[in-house]
Design a protein around this ligand. Structure first.
Ligand code: F6P
Length: 531
């Protein structure tokens, strides 16, 4: 199937996308669902290609794999775990795992968590100095990126205490956050599934020491979000301040449960529940919609077409929504930690490239930074634009229209480009003539024919954000199923952690670090010489 697609690629790769575009294509190559409009007409995919991609999907046993995930089978085979983060946002059950309904426990934790969030918001639970004014979420990776991205995205809906996020073990991060906060009115949320992550535990200890200087019972202002009750107790956090979740929730998929506590405190019960509902509506769409109309599947197939078939090494995510500035960073973990693998589930090597690298930032900022390369660089970078019909600033509608104009202009420019004749006219108007006109004109050519997709949403509400995140989660699942990899483990981060644990004492001068390679040893010496 991959071979057929590759040969199709060769046939169509220099065809002009613009030559395909008409109203019928726009209808056929777009999906409308639940307040979202997804346009993929500006890609080089035609009916025939779509048919081949859908066949590829079928042959990958995707449908069986999807069923296995939602029915609680242990599809994360290297960790022997089910993958049921979707249960965290389900309204009700039953959802069975090993023959047992997990929903009573999920709903119980949701109930406890929301009661706690409301009690923080309304001042029923207070710090020594009165109502909590600030919440610090200390976590990293999946225990940080989700809540911090969503907190920024949903700023118009946050009306609880102010949330801060500390992730990096660099002391500068926690230092800069603690500066200016009052330990007597600050709640610290330690978010770590394993409760073993060195960055998080180190920052949590620093926060505890900071609080201990001003507060009689510092641990009372700490909450833990974790699957390890043993380790949270060891840290000194009492069981009634721990919100736990099971090992069938992967770190980068964990925003929907206790790991979202800081966000739930910021939003309050109703908006939190509509955030979950939005995601659950995307789950229903993913399960029940035929493949060709399924937005998660189509997004994934476009990804496969561009990265695995076409060989484009990266893709840019470009939200025209300042509050989605952190979405690309969130998607980097979601997509790259999930599908950056080299071995298939059966233990054999993956024969095609995995990935791709995901990157981006919010429009229009990116336009004044890296879009030059996207438009005229030698690599082709498929772009995924996101734009809302409405903003949240009724008094600044004109700015929102300008934002939309920029978004559409970029996808149009990528596709249409500018040919040499038109570039010559521009150079001529600038007064250039002869050889110089030719030279100047060539710099003003845009080859165009660069693919992009555009996701339009009504307004970035909690429900809409839930939908968008779930859409991307399922896209990762579909791509992983086609690549036959396990999207739910992350062994690639382990070696670095082990080596850092060994190098820490060497840098502190506690041992000589024998056995290190000469390059690393030399760098250790250089760093230590500046003690
Ligand atoms: O980066 C590796 C990783 O294990 C991620 O998968 C995870 O989200 C992150 O570390 C944090 O892990 P924990 O929540 O256990 O502290």
């Amino acid at each position: 199937m991959f071979l057929e697609l590759k040969s199709k690629w060769k046939d169509v790769k220099s065809r002009k996308i613009l030559s395909l575009i008409d109203r019928q294509r726009v209808n056929n190559f777009s999906i409308q669902t639940n307040g979202l409009f997804f346009d993929y007409s500006k890609t080089n995919i035609d009916e025939d290609t779509l048919g081949l991609l859908l066949d590829l999907l079928k042959k990958s046993s995707f449908h069986e794999k999807r069923e296995a995930m939602f029915s609680g089978k242990k599809i994360n085979i290297t960790e022997d775990r089910a993958v049921l983060h979707t249960a965290l946002r389900a309204e009700n059950g039953p959802i069975l795992m090993d023959g047992k309904d997990i929903m009573p426990a999920v709903l119980g934790t949701r109930f406890r968590m929301l009661n706690f969030a409301e009690a923080i918001r309304n001042g029923e639970i207070q710090g020594e100095g009165g109502r909590y004014t600030d919440v610090i979420n200390i976590g990293i990776g999946g225990s940080d990126l989700g809540p911090s991205m969503a907190y920024l995205a949903l700023r118009p809906y946050t009306n609880g205490p102010k949330c801060h996020f500390v992730s990096n073990v660099d002391g500068a991060h926690i230092n800069d956050v603690l500066e200016g906060l009052n330990p007597r009115t600050t709640l610290v949320v330690v978010a770590s599934k394993t409760f073993k992550t060195i960055e998080t535990l180190t920052n949590a200890q620093t926060a505890l020491d900071w609080m201990a200087k001003k507060v009689a019972r510092p641990a009372d202002n700490f909450v833990a979000l974790s699957s390890s009750m043993g380790r949270t107790a060891q840290f000194g956090i009492s069981a009634d301040r721990v919100f736990s979740f099971e090992d069938w929730v992967g770190g980068r998929y964990s925003l929907w449960g206790p790991i979202g506590l800081s966000l739930a405190i910021a939003l309050g019960r109703d908006d939190w529940l509509s955030f979950l509902d939005g995601a659950a509506s995307m789950d229903r769409h993913f399960i029940a919609t035929p493949d060709e109309d399924n937005i998660c599947i189509i997004l994934a197939l476009i990804g496969i077409w561009h990265a695995q078939i076409g060989g484009y090494a990266t893709r840019a995510v470009l939200p025209y929504e300042q509050r989605l500035e952190r979405l690309p960073a969130y998607l980097q973990q979601l997509e790259m930690e999930s599908n950056g693998k080299a071995v298939k589930i059966d233990g054999n090597d993956v024969e095609i490239t995995t990935g791709p690298v995901v990157w981006g930032t919010s429009g229009t900022n990116g336009q004044h930074a890296f879009y030059q390369l996207i438009h005229q660089g030698t690599q082709i970078i498929p772009c995924e634009f996101l734009i809302g019909k409405q903003g949240h600033e009724p008094n600044l509608c004109h700015q929102h229209r300008l934002l939309q104009a920029n978004c559409l202009a970029q996808s149009q420019a990528l596709m249409v480009g500018r040919n040499l004749d038109d570039a010559r006219k521009i150079a001529s108007l600038k007064g250039f003539v002869g050889d110089e006109l030719e030279r100047q004109a060539r710099h003003r050519v845009f080859k165009g024919n660069r693919p992009s997709t555009t996701l339009v949403y009504d307004k970035l509400t909690p429900a809409c954000l839930g939908q968008i995140i779930a859409l991307y989660e399922h896209r990762v699942f579909v791509e992983g199923a086609i690549l036959e990899i396990n999207s739910f483990d992350q062994w690639g981060v382990e070696l670095g952690k082990e080596l850092a644990t060994a190098l820490g004492p060497v840098l502190m001068g506690e041992n000589a670090g024998e056995g290190n390679d000469a390059s690393t040893e030399h760098l250790v010496q250089i760093l230590r010489s500046n003690k």
